[in-house]
Design a protein around this ligand. Sequence first.
Ligand code: FES
Length: 88
Amino acid sequence: MYVCICHALNDKKVKAALDKGATNPASVFRHHQCQVKCGKCVPMMRSMAAEHQAVLAQQAACHPTPVPEPANADAVPAALPVYAVAAE
Ligand code: FES
């Protein structure tokens, strides 16, 4: 399905731009090295970008990135010493 008639951008080309990091119609055009002409495709591209961002956010929520170990993780003792508190 054609999304942008002026530049012959179909939904696959728009999706490819979104997969490569485009987040809005301007960045989709930039990805394909063109500029908006008539602008009739912008609302459709905007909704495709919003839908793509929602899917990415949902995937990030399901698969959070693990927190990396600090570089000096092996320098920290496994069990810290327990200090007694003097009772009065
Ligand atoms: S349809 Fe995309 S700029 Fe005209």
